[in-house]
Design a protein around this ligand. Structure first.
Ligand code: LMR
Length: 340
């Protein structure tokens, strides 16, 4: 009986494989099939998770199954600290890390970690979708990386297990997890009198739950989907920084693709990027409501006066960044913002 079932399952698999057809209805030769492994570190029900799946579906549909995009969420294939190497070596073909994590290759990306650099998503898009974004993309040339798009995660909020974070002095003596590869993020917490520990995303929940760190900063969709709010009773809505993603592919792989496939990918990516940005704003709002309704977190919404105090405490970071690689880009961002 079991033998029959196995044979039946194998036949079904074989038939499903044979039914792959190209855009004109012709069968896809398995030898011509292109597999794109897309690895990322967040949950499926986040802006990046949903956009990766949508991109996979569009590309597969529009190439009639000739290209298959396999999405690996939640650090299941590669985690922070591994995924960039895996991309450059061609072990995966696509990743979409937070820009902060590119600091190990090109420190210029830490520009985007500066606190209170942007006031709204619209400002982020208008500044990064132009010349400044192109200059940042250019820093990755030479690393076998081709850049496809900027996606949003959203504005960061502060959480911790000890006390409400209202004024800069409330940070004193606390330890915060920061994203890997960003000196700017470490320095941000130092200026507030706290210490910072770089940790890969997949280790954050355990570090918070086990008390190895007291707090962290992240977007609402990550705070909700990773259940940080269940072990972090204090949340300050501070919108003090922005997490954006850069969607990357292996440059050698990109060059090896037939031009028509590259075109389909670029078009699908443009469409998904517009959708992802709307979805990020929507999910962050939705997840904020869910965290509020959980009743597990004491929420403080930062006032204008408190924001001025945080900004004052963090101002030396701008001066410091001007002396770092990419420092010249800071004044370009400030100029571009004034021109909006
Ligand atoms: C984090 O490490 O906190 C985030 O960058 C995770 C992500 O990809 O949103």
């Amino acid at each position: 009986m079991t033998g029959c079932l196995i044979i039946f399952a194998l036949l079904a698999l074989l038939l499903a494989g044979c039914d792959r057809r190209g855009p004109d209805g012709e069968q896809v030769n398995p030898r011509e099939k292109i597999i794109i492994k897309f690895s990322h570190v967040v949950a499926d029900d986040t802006p990046k998770g949903q956009a990766a799946r949508r991109f996979a579906r569009l590309v597969e549909e529009r190439t009639g199954g000739r290209v298959e995009v396999q999405v690996f969420p939640n650090s299941t294939l590669y985690k922070d600290g591994e995924e960039l190497d895996a991309l450059m070596d061609g072990r995966v073909q696509m990743i979409a890390p937070s820009t902060s994590k590119l600091g190990s290759l090109a420190p210029q990306w830490q520009l985007l970690d500066l606190p209170y650099l942007f006031e709204s998503e619209e400002e982020v898009h208008r500044v990064l979708d132009g010349e400044i974004g192109r200059k940042l993309f250019a820093t990755l040339e030479g690393y076998n990386i081709h850049t496809l798009a900027f996606w949003d995660n959203g504005f960061k909020q502060m959480t911790n297990s000890k006390r409400p974070l209202v004024y800069p002095e409330d940070f004193r003596g606390l330890t915060f997890r920061v994203m890997i590869n960003s000196r700017v993020l470490e320095e941000q917490f130092r200026l507030l009198g706290a210490s910072a520990v770089q940790l890969p995303f997949n280790d954050v929940y355990q570090a918070l739950a086990g008390g190895q760190v007291d707090g962290q900063e992240n977007t609402m969709s990550n705070i909700y989907s990773q259940r940080f709010y269940q072990v972090q009773p204090y949340l300050t809505v501070s919108n003090h920084g922005f997490i954006g993603y850069v969607v990357l592919t292996n440059a050698g792989f990109w060059q090896s693709l037939p031009p028509d496939v590259r075109r389909v990918i670029e078009e699908a990516m443009a469409e998904v990027t517009a959708w992802e940005r709307e979805q990020a704003a929507h999910l962050n709002e939705e997840n904020f409501k869910q965290v509020k309704e959980s009743g597990q977190v004491k929420i403080h919404v930062q006032t204008a006066e408190e924001k001025a105090r945080w900004k004052e405490a963090l101002a030396p970071l701008y001066q410091k960044f001007r002396g770092m690689p990419g420092g010249e880009l800071l004044d370009e961002v400030l100029k571009a913002k004034r021109a909006l």
